[in-house]
Design a protein around this ligand. Structure first.
Ligand code: FAD
Length: 390
């Protein structure tokens, strides 16, 4: 068969509802029709396929867990996870666009915003009319965002915002930015900054070898006047951005397994067809070891994600559990991509197959939203009660 086969070795589909299956199939069909045919070319040319923003909105991939009255999908966390899995099977950059929009822009406006902010921004972000970005990381503060220098000063009916953010997904095309900055007392606050505000610019980051089909940029604030009604009123401190990151990391845990599935499926099909020494390479023990281990790791990660989704639905998941799943997903996906690349031999390095693109993408996914190291230290701290990273 020459189409993607979703590995389901432990019959996880039996744990999914009719709604979950419908959501997954809708996104899978979309990826096959609209993403797979264009994505390699976009990645090769380092172009963000802007048309996907409206498409993802229409499909319901932006803010699937946000209530319907604000334009969200009103779906559960398993549906959200499955959506991210299918999008990342297409490309991690496409999934990143959806993760940022839903979990890092819509979620904070929904959770920390005023009713006016919710009504103004959420429906337009849900439909894809507006694209959003999330500004936390700075040139000198990545893993340690609490040290941020971006700041606001009270100036009557508005704030004056100064500073800069780096590595911001969607920035070059975003109409709206959720920006984290310190107030005059040094307390981290969230603000909604709009394109067009004087002194706000979003220079593009060039030369990436990873997430090439996703646009990344800086956010530069030079005495930007931000109206006071754009402050997110209901959160203060690092727990604001961290709360958003937990939601996004949950989606990443599912997403990277989608990329791993695509690599596994590609390697399996290739190895059945590729003949060397007079027989398919899939018949050689060394190739079978690779395939068997890939499927074992995918199956373990699927079970972990499913269980985490149930805990998320019951509001019982801890941020440390999400860290473990994000880290595990990235680890297995990175290893599977490398193994799958080898199964394809020389063909594995070409754009004829998706593996090298996934492999390079996963390098960013390992690093963003908390690095691989930092998530391990979060698990370590959760186990021991001792903080090894501060
Ligand atoms: P650093 O923090 O400098 O880390 C460098 C190395 O040191 C890492 O290996 C790290 O694990 C290690 N390290 C750091 N601290 C410790 C410690 N205490 N103990 C042990 N090791 C440590 N950010 C946003 O705000 N919004 C976005 O939309 C966004 N999109 C991104 C898109 C891409 C393509 C990329 C690459 C990044 C994006 N980021 C975004 C930024 C990302 O979250 C940061 O790159 C990440 O948090 C790491 O920060 P850093 O790059 O400054 O690395």
């Amino acid at each position: 068969v020459d189409v993607f086969q979703s590995p389901d070795y432990f019959r996880l589909d039996e744990l999914l509802t009719q709604e979950h299956l419908l959501v997954r199939d809708a996104v899978r069909t979309y990826v096959k029709k609209e993403i797979s045919p264009i994505i390699e070319d976009c990645a090769q040319k380092a172009e963000f396929p802007q048309k996907i923003v409206a498409q993802l909105g229409e499909l319901g991939c932006f803010g699937p867990t946000i209530p319907e009255e604000y334009g969200g999908g009103g779906l559960d966390y398993i549906s959200y996870g499955l959506m991210m899995q299918e999008l990342e099977r297409g490309d991690s950059g496409v999934r990143s666009t959806a993760s940022v929009q839903g979990s890092l822009v819509m979620y904070p406006i929904y959770e920390y915003g005023s009713e006016e902010q919710r009504r103004k921004y959420l429906p337009r972000l849900a439909s894809g009319e507006w694209l959003g970005c999330f500004g936390l990381t700075e040139p000198n503060h990545g893993s340690d965002p609490g040290g941020m220098l971006t700041n606001i000063k009270d100036a009557g009916d508005h704030y004056i915002l100064n500073g800069s953010k780096m590595w911001i997904s969607n920035a070059p095309f975003a109409q709206v930015a959720v920006v984290w900055a310190k107030d005059e007392e040094g307390i981290i606050r969230g603000l909604i900054v709009e394109r067009g505000m004087e002194g706000f610019s979003t220079p593009t980051t060039h030369g990436k070898w990873s997430l090439r089909a996703s646009a990344t940029g800086e956010l530069v604030f030079d005495n930007v006047r931000v109206p006071k009604e754009n402050l997110l009123p209901n959160v203060q401190g690092l727990k604001g951005p961290l709360g958003c990151l937990t939601k996004a990391r949950y989606g990443i845990a599912w997403g990277v397994v989608g990329a791993a599935m695509d690599c596994y499926d590609t390697a399996l099909r290739y190895s059945m067809q590729r003949v060397q020494f007079g027989r398919p390479i899939a018949g050689f023990q060394l190739q079978q070891k690779k395939l068997a281990e890939m499927l074992t790791e995918i199956t373990k990660a699927q079970l972990l994600n499913w269980r985490l989704g149930v805990l998320m639905n019951e509001n019982k998941a801890t941020p440390a559990q999400v860290s473990m799943a994000k880290r595990n997903g990235c680890e297995i996906a990175a290893n599977i991509a490398r193994e799958a690349r080898q199964v394809l031999g020389g063909m594995g390095i070409t754009g004829e197959y998706p593996i090298m693109r996934h492999m390079m993408n996963i390098e960013s996914v390992l690093t963003y939203e908390g690095t691989h190291d930092v998530h391990l230290l979060i698990t370590g701290m959760d186990i021991t009660g001792l903080n090894a990273f501060k």
